[in-house]
Write a protein that binds this ligand. Structure first.
Ligand SMILES: CC(C)(COP(=O)(O)OP(=O)(O)OC[C@H]1O[C@@H](n2cnc3c(N)ncnc32)[C@H](O)[C@@H]1OP(=O)(O)O)[C@@H](O)C(=O)NCCC(=O)NCCS
Length: 197
């Protein structure tokens, strides 16, 4: 069965993502809509939410997974993004290439293991490849085992490991995938994508 994915424009999307983040106890500091708008405004970005039947009512569709990403340029001036570009500069080439950063995402606990995150990731890859991006990079932490396993299943390569001074679970893992047209043919999920009203 096809996964139903909704693509959002900036302001309504940011509000939806703020709402979605409340369901994740893995995220210590939840993103606010304002923070999301400030990050994405003025740069190429993609806000996707997967919908599925509510647990107690198959006819009622609810948001179950989300994924937000944006363009990352070598000329970033925002301190957080500047820092990210510097850390990536040893393993990702920005010169003459478009790099997409898979910023945040997740699947609500009750809906995990049903392919929702793969569907969102494949949709993000397809969208980014069509818009001329060459590479998709993500950052996670050593302790996020399900996320590392998921990215591994989707053939992201580890491109950098930054050990934390005293807590290895907090060590940073940078992963990347080159975006090629042939990769789209290997996608496994069927997806219906609609634009949010
Ligand atoms: C990681 C996460 C997004 C996976 O979402 P999901 O919807 O359950 O993932 P999917 O069902 O789409 O699985 C995608 C692939 O990853 C694999 N996978 C997913 N969870 C896995 C796990 N815990 N262990 C091993 N493999 C796993 C699946 O088998 C699947 O592989 P396949 O398509 O080749 O069969 C979800 O567990 C989550 O939201 N975790 C919390 C978020 C988080 O840790 N964020 C860290 C910040 S970076």
């Amino acid at each position: 069965m096809a996964h139903l994915i909704r693509q959002y424009s900036l302001e309504p999307g940011a509000v939806e993502i703020e709402y979605m983040e409340q369901y994740f106890d893995e995220f210590r500091r939840k993103k606010t809509a304002q923070e999301i708008i400030e990050r994405l405004n003025g740069r190429e970005h993609l806000i996707l939410i997967a919908l599925a039947s509510a647990q107690d009512d198959v006819d009622h569709m609810v948001p179950v997974a989300f994924k937000v990403g944006h363009e990352l340029q070598s000329s970033e001036t925002d301190p957080k993004l500047r820092d990210l570009v510097e850390r990536l500069s040893t393993c990702v080439c920005f010169t003459g290439r478009k790099v997409f950063y898979g910023w945040i995402g997740g699947t609500r606990k009750e809906w995990r293991g049903r392919g929702h995150y793969r569907a969102l990731t494949e949709q993000q890859e397809e969208w980014a490849e069509r818009r001329g991006f060459h590479e998709l990079v993500v950052k996670t932490k050593n302790r996020f085992y399900p996320m590392r396993a998921t990215l591994d299943h989707m053939h992201f390569d580890v491109v950098k490991f930054e050990p934390h001074a005293y807590d290895n679970g907090e060590s940073k893992v940078y992963m990347s995938k080159k975006l090629l047209p042939s990769m789209i043919d290997e996608h496994k999920t069927m997806r219906t994508v609609e634009e949010a009203a």
